[in-house]
Design a protein around this ligand. Structure first.
Ligand code: PMP
Length: 449
């Protein structure tokens, strides 16, 4: 998905000077370059951002589901500026108070025995580190992940990704195995049956699987929330077969679900947790891989053979520390839970009014609106294959219409992804839902009789 996640850019004509220069000299992500059409952004405030033509839009998807703090988190901006002036960079063998305190904060807010963090600069790198740590710790090499998943763009993380973005990187790294998903609406398998099948897969793989890697709530592949008992049982199954549970919280973490982490929705503590995006509220690129004390202890006597120049970059960890303190002091997790319930109700109303809405689902401020062209068959408008080989789908048209009417909405294949900044108010939700209500007329009209 994409620009990382198939964001709508509002058309290809009429680029201004900056946009045309950008198009000529900068690679667009995940796109046919001839279709890239960047829109110049010049300002932002609260949950709104403004383009160079003066058009202001409400951000209903938190950009790429990462702008959890919105655009006015001055505490984070100030912390970054202060650190940049005091010391913009020190090698990872040195530290700053921000890095140490952020490490401690992460140990405090993550569940279970998670206690020690490796810092990197993206979700992709957080997953790369998790794969390497799991392999080194267990001495086994296979990673089981699921089809409807995205875990990153570099070779390891794209190899464990299950969605079609992996196809152009195949054969990828060895030892990656894909399992079925908890997708009650669109899969032939019941979520709990799919889980028992994963147990069978692990049994058949023998004692060779280092870890099972999942998004606790699947993000860019359509906001899939498993049944309450799914994740605890998955942990049991993994452990029964000597495999670790890695929770990829890159999108679900930091209040998105109305809890600190997606795992908290299910009361599960994984062995390794990856995070990025909301970790700094998107103010700076920062990834983190948090492991249990037991896994960390393994590397006391075994080489942790991994690192980056910018691992724990001082300005990025200053942003991370200030962001975590903002979530806590502004009570944003509780706020996300309460406005998230309101958002869920408003979306359910839309589903009643629009026949092309097959299902609305999600938790907290992490919601999906899946469109269908034949509700009796739950048939999607666009198939994965179409999405990577052709232009606009009906779902693109719906988000394009919303864009023209002042609301930014990301989408993936057949699902609108609604993940606004956690600071959003009920009035702002109403404003965006009214625009979406109007835009859904497009998909209603495109339905087959
Ligand atoms: N894991 C998940 C669950 C994600 O959603 C993403 C990005 N959408 C990644 C990993 C990769 O993160 P990044 O784009 O920061 O490399």
């Amino acid at each position: 998905m994409t620009s990382d996640e198939c964001a709508t850019d509002g058309g290809t004509d009429g680029l201004n000077e900056v946009e045309a220069m950008d198009k000529e000299y900068v690679f667009g992500t995940w796109s046919y370059q001839k279709e890239v059409s960047p829109t110049e952004m010049v300002d932002s405030e609260g949950v709104y951002f403004t383009d160079a033509r003066g058009e202001r839009r409400l951000d209903f998807s938190g950009q790429l589901m990462c702008a959890n703090l919105g655009y006015s988190a001055d505490r984070v901006a100030d912390a970054m500026a202060e650190q940049a002036r005091r010391g913009p960079y020190f090698a990872p063998s040195m530290t700053t108070e921000n890095r140490a305190r952020l490490g401690k904060h992460l140990a405090d807010i993550t569940p279970g025995e998670l206690s020690k963090t490796f810092f990197s600069t993206s979700g992709t790198e957080a997953v790369e580190a998790a794969i390497k740590i799991a392999r080194l710790y267990t001495g086994k090499h296979k990673i089981v992940s699921r089809y409807r998943s995205y875990h990153g763009a570099t070779y390891g993380s794209i190899s464990v990704t299950g969605d079609p973005r992996r196809l152009m990187a195949e054969p990828g790294i060895p030892g990656t195995i894909k399992a079925p998903d908890p997708y009650a609406y669109g899969s032939t398998l019941d979520p709990m049956e799919s889980l028992e099948y994963i147990g069978e897969m692990l049994m058949l793989e023998g004692d060779t699987v280092a870890a099972v890697l999942v998004e606790p709530v699947v993000g860019s592949n359509g906001i899939l929330v498993p049944p309450k008992e799914y994740l605890p049982r998955l942990k049991e199954i993994a452990h029964d077969h000597g495999a670790l549970l890695i929770a990829d919280e890159v999108m679900a973490g930091f209040g998105r679900t109305g809890e600190w982490f997606g795992c908290d929705v299910f009361d599960v503590a994984p062995d390794i947790m990856t995070m990025a995006k909301g970790l700094t509220g998107a103010y700076a690129p920062l990834g983190a891989t948090v492991v249990t004390g037991e896994i960390a202890a393994h590397f006391e006597e075994n080489m942790f053979c991994h690192g980056h120049t910018y691992a724990g970059h001082p300005v990025a960890v200053a942003a991370g520390r200030a962001a975590v303190e903002t979530y806590i002091e502004d009570d944003l997790i509780d706020h996300a839970r309460s406005v998230g319930d309101y958002l869920g109700d408003r979306l359910d109303e839309l589903a009643e009014d629009h026949p092309s809405v097959g299902e609305t689902r999600g938790v907290g401020l992490f919601r999906g609106v899946e469109l269908t062209k034949r509700s009796d068959r739950r048939e999607p408008f666009g198939h994965r294959k179409d999405k990577i080989s052709t232009g606009k789908t009906v779902v693109d048209e719906v988000s394009g219409e919303a864009w023209d009417d002042g609301v930014y909405l990301a989408n993936m294949i057949n699902t609108l992804i609604i993940a606004p900044p956690l600071v959003i108010s009920e009035d702002e939700i109403d404003e965006a839902v009214a625009v979406l209500d109007d835009a859904l007329r497009h998909s209603d009209r495109a339905m087959e009789a």
